[in-house]
Design a protein around this ligand. Structure first.
Ligand code: ADP
Ligand code: ZN
Length: 760
């Protein structure tokens, strides 16, 4: 009887179609054939023009529309694929990030459900089929094949005929792998704990444990310096949640960090971990989803797409390195931030959400100060018990280096401000040049590298650019080689002996003569990781070298392999891009060299300072994580820049105060929110015309609805041309830009990024 009550009162439903053509639009209304009882979250096939499309039922029992509706073609499965919580998350995504509900829902659908629809005859219906008017060719086809793509079927018989057959139950939808149902797992036994927590770690853990016991939503910012042992706090809290019988979601910012996180959690939760990220094979991904849906997997480790998995009773959500820009989806709707979605998930699930970082996002820290998150702090690095003696026995850094120190601000003899953290030395490259050193490495860095190799330690050299030379220029006429499609300088890659566009991957041979003036005096300027590796080989021919950047980590499993190689001590020096800056915990690394800090300092973006500070602090944090103290050398032409000075002093609070004041003065986030709208087209005139049109529409809407909004533009985007298309942008600054955008109904060609992490 109870079931009756939940049945629709009118036989109409609203469906979010997944078809590309329909995704931008609104929900469509369909009639429900008699005796069918679709429920919200259920996947259906619905007719759209001459095709059948996959869609998700959003509302049932809607009022009969004033226009004629077509009936649904099929309902997939006997229960909703998406639960109420996922439907609510999707609704929130659509509203907050100004996208369609269909776009917001798509991530929650298992891969099989999104596939092109297929049909087959129901058991023992071939005869009926053959006798059905207009279905003889279809019946013939089914004698040879068990199933057909719906599109094929619709070519063999008219769409209306196929629809009739589906409704009559003669044809059936081929179902995607059904997700298993949640099974109670009973008590879970976990291996005994190997280590006790430090006092600070224990305090943080106790706060999380109490919040878990309260079984209600709570959010925390765990601000712990690099190497303070945030992972241990995560592990203990996860253990508590698992013992409560709940699931834990562990988010890392980048796919390259998944293997390390998986390893840590698998030690503590053997057999209970599932891994999720967008580059896994479909079969692996299906297996993970099934284990998550059934509850066999208690700990889900993954990149941001793991937020869309069918978690059951999730008790704890961990967002590690919450400040990372990689948590933001930028080019594809919904342009969500994983941190924000994690908080929403926590709210809906009554879970505890922990945002962890050594360098919290300026905005997150502000929110914590405003009381939105409880702040937990790990102010010191974790020191292994044997540490004090070992540390005292080590030579004072710099004492054996050949060259005098050229610290940008404080004399080299100044006491390091934080004995537990690596000592950061800033080298002024202008002074190096003045002293006649035109090489890529300062004397201080060369000296320290030599020392590390002598002692058998490991070093990391960081440069946020891959390739050999970043600019190929004619010395006579100044012609630079750039990509025809993206207008950006092409980067020379020595190992390929080719020029590469880092945006579209176009390749070309390096010119022997200048295409501009025919001259032969072509110079290769600027350096990338490949040049750094070459320089290391030149200075230290016997050093064992490893390069970790997008070129060397392109293949599947490469991150794992590189990690293993360096961890096992098979290399002395690791050269890499930001891939080596984050999350790596190699205890033998005692030296980190930042080859050139300047590239990230001077970008025309309000977050450039924050990014530079975070990157420097994170990369510096890779040094001195074991028994030996760490040393960091930052090479720069701007030694006085506040981001560099704050990183040198490990002064997060000082940096934050200064950055927040800057944001307040210019009304940047968190004081006002932004949305960026990009229109791209092969014709630049059309770009600015369309931008002008939308700008006027937005202005009118803002004044009509009395919303305080500042509209900036139209202007060419930082990357004005990309893959052959011009890009123009409008920036909306407003308390709730998505509200303005919801009313604007942008046509295709537009990309909307709400709360962009960068305006570049
Ligand atoms: P973070 O994530 O804060 O940078 P990690 O969690 O990687 O730091 O910890 C740094 C190092 O200290 C790791 O090698 C970790 O195993 C070790 N460590 C931290 N806390 C403890 C602890 N309580 N007991 C044993 N080792 C610990
Ligand atoms: Zn290009």
């Amino acid at each position: 009887m109870g079931d009756r009550l939940t049945q629709p009162t009118t036989p109409y439903v609203e469906v979010a179609l997944q078809a590309r053509t329909a995704r931008l639009g609104r929900l469509l209304t369909y009639a429900v054939p008699r005796a069918w009882t679709p429920r919200p979250g259920q996947v259906v096939w619905a007719p759209l023009q001459q095709r059948a499309e996959v869609g998700v039922v959003v509302r049932v029992g809607v009022f009969p529309p004033a226009f004629p509706t077509r009936p649904l073609l099929a309902i997939l499965g006997d229960r909703p694929l998406l639960g109420a919580r996922q439907m609510a998350l999707a609704a929130w995504l659509a509203e907050r990030y100004a996208c369609s509900l269909a776009e917001a829902l798509s991530g929650f659908l298992p891969a099989g459900a999104r596939a092109a629809p297929r049909v087959r005859p129901a058991p023992d219906t071939l005869a009926t089929l053959a006798g059905h008017a207009g279905a003889d060719r279809l019946a013939a086809a089914f004698r040879r094949r068990r199933s057909l793509a719906l599109a094929e079927a619709a070519e063999l018989a008219r769409v209306a005929v196929v629809a009739d057959l589906l409704r009559a139950g003669v044809l059936q939808a081929v179902l995607p792998d059904a997700l298993p149902l949640w099974e109670e797992q009973g008590p879970i036994s976990l291996p005994a704990l190997g280590s006790a927590l430090t006092l600070a770690q224990h305090d943080a853990y106790a706060a999380l444990r109490d919040a878990l016991d309260a079984r209600a939503f709570a959010s925390f910012l765990l601000h712990g310096v690099t190497g303070s042992g945030k992972t241990h706090v995560y592990l203990h809290a996860a253990r508590h949640a698992v013992q409560q019988g709940r699931q834990v979601l562990v988010l890392v910012s980048d796919i390259s960090l998944v293997p390390a996180a998986e390893r840590r959690f698998a030690e503590w939760f053997p057999g209970l971990v599932a891994v999720v990220h967008s580059e896994r094979r479909p079969t692996e991904q299906r297996e993970s989803w099934a284990r998550i849906a059934s509850g066999q997997a208690r700990v889900v480790v993954g990149a941001r797409s793991a937020l869309f998995t069918p978690l059951g009773d999730v008790g704890l959500v961990l967002v590690d390195e919450e400040h990372e820009a990689a948590y933001k989806q930028q080019d594809v709707s919904p342009t969500y931030h994983a941190r924000e979605l994690a908080l929403k998930l926590g709210e809906l699930a009554g879970a505890v959400v922990v945002l962890g970082s050594a360098t919290p996002d300026v905005e997150t820290y502000w929110r914590a100060r405003e009381g939105a998150h409880r702040l937990l702090t790990l102010p010191r690095r974790y020191l292994p018990p044997a540490e004090p003696a070992a540390r005292a026995a080590v030579v004072v850094p710099g004492a054996t280096s050949a060259a005098p120190m050229s610290d940008g601000a404080a004399p080299a003899s100044a006491a390091p401000p934080r004995p537990d953290l690596p000592r950061v030395q800033v080298v002024d490259l202008r002074a190096e040049l003045a002293a006649g050193n035109t090489g890529m490495f300062s004397r201080a860095l060369l000296g320290e590298l030599a020392r590390v190799l002598d002692l058998g330690h490991q070093a990391i050299l960081f440069l946020n650019r891959r390739g050999t030379a970043t600019c190929v220029i004619c010395r006579d006429c100044g012609y630079t080689v750039s990509c025809d499609d993206c207008l950006l300088p092409m980067i020379y890659h020595g190992d390929l002996d080719r020029l590469l566009c880092h945006h579209c991957n176009r390749r070309r041979r390096a010119p022997e003569r200048c295409p501009g003036c025919g001259g032969r005096r072509i110079r290769y300027l600027g350096a990338g990781t490949q040049r750094v590796a070459d320089e290391v080989r030149r200075h230290f021919p016997r050093a064992r070298l490893l390069r970790w950047d997008r070129d060397t980590a392109a293949q599947r499993g490469a991150h794992d392999r590189l990690w293993d190689q360096f961890a096992s001590g098979a290399a002395d020096i690791l050269v890499g891009t930001q891939m080596v800056a984050k999350g790596l915990d190699f205890p033998s690394v005692t030296l980190v060299g930042v080859v050139l800090a300047d590239a990230s300092l001077h970008l025309p973006d309000y977050r450039a300072g924050e990014r530079a500070f975070q990157l420097l602090t994170q990369v510096a944090g890779r040094a001195g994580r074991g028994q030996q103290p760490g040393q960091v050398i930052v090479q720069t032409y701007s030694p006085q820049h506040y981001a560099i000075q704050a990183a040198r002093l490990h002064d997060y609070a000082g940096f934050w105060e200064r950055e927040l004041a800057f944001r307040r003065t210019h009304a940047y986030p968190p004081f006002r929110r932004l949305a960026r709208l990009i229109f791209s087209d092969s014709d630049e005139a059309r770009c600015w015309r369309e931008c002008g049109r939308v700008l006027r529409a937005l202005r009118a809407e803002a004044s009509a609805s009395a919303q305080a909004a500042q509209l900036i533009g139209p202007a060419p985007a930082y990357l004005r041309r990309l893959r052959g298309r011009y890009r123009w942008q409008i920036v909306v600054a407003a308390p709730a830009p998505e509200r303005l955008l919801a009313a604007a109904a942008l046509p295709s060609g537009w990309t909307v990024d709400v709360d962009p992490t960068s305006l570049l």
